[in-house]
Design a protein around this ligand. Structure first.
Ligand code: 5GP
Ligand code: MG
Ligand code: MG
Length: 178
């Protein structure tokens, strides 16, 4: 079913059921990969709030969770090359295994920016886990991107945390712009 948010129309792309299945599988992968560590999951607000909430429930060993807030799209439907750094990560990540949790990697600018910033704080490792990836939009490879939920076309999506003009984050499924 098509939906309307502000001036744009959207149609279903990824169902809640598929999201839950993929999130469960990624959680199991993380459990295996971090079995000898207490990882720190760093959620990038706002977009990743539902994904990190569901993902963390799949983790069956001790872990920590922290947040940072970055913005790139603010309002429109295309990535801004300039990143707005709204809330810094407060937790000390020296000698920790960090897993950045993103809603979507588009040009990759936001994630590159955050990786560079966090590396200066000397964590033992940094990996990136993103629910969505637009391979055709990626400007340069991200070696740390180890976990991806779904690869999608170069299209604008909303739902399950992702917004259009701050709306649509509450949708259970992911929709694409018609
Ligand atoms: P990048 O810096 O990789 O170009 O973009 C990263 C950020 O832009 C994402 O974390 C997300 O907040 C926003 N973004 C990128 N693509 C989309 C999209 O298709 N829909 C929405 N709602 N936000 C997007
Ligand atoms: Mg994001
Ligand atoms: Mg946004």
């Amino acid at each position: 079913m098509k939906i309307k948010i502000a001036d744009l129309e959207f149609e279903p792309l990824i169902s809640e059921k598929s999201i839950i299945e993929r999130t469960t599988a990624i959680g199991q992968q993380l459990n295996a990969d971090y079995q000898n560590s207490i990882p720190v999951f760093v959620g990038v607000l706002n977009g990743s709030f539902l994904f990190i909430a569901d993902l963390i429930k799949q983790i069956d060993r001790p872990c920590e969770i922290a947040f940072t807030k970055l913005a790139s799209y603010y309002g429109g439907t295309t990535s801004k090359l300039k990143i707005r750094d709204d809330i810094d990560l407060i937790m000390d990540i020296k000698d920790r295994d960090v897993v950045i949790i993103e809603d979507i990697v588009d040009t990759g600018n936001t994630v590159h920016y955050l990786i560079d910033k966090l590396k200066q704080r000397n964590p033992s490792s940094i990996a990136v886990c993103s629910l969505l990836l637009k391979p055709a939009a990626l400007l340069s490879p991200i070696a740390e991107l180890k976990y991806v939920g779904f690869e999608i076309e170069n299209e604008f999506v909303v739902g399950y945390g992702l917004d259009y003009q701050e709306m649509g984050r509450n949708l259970r499924d992911i929709y694409k712009k018609v």
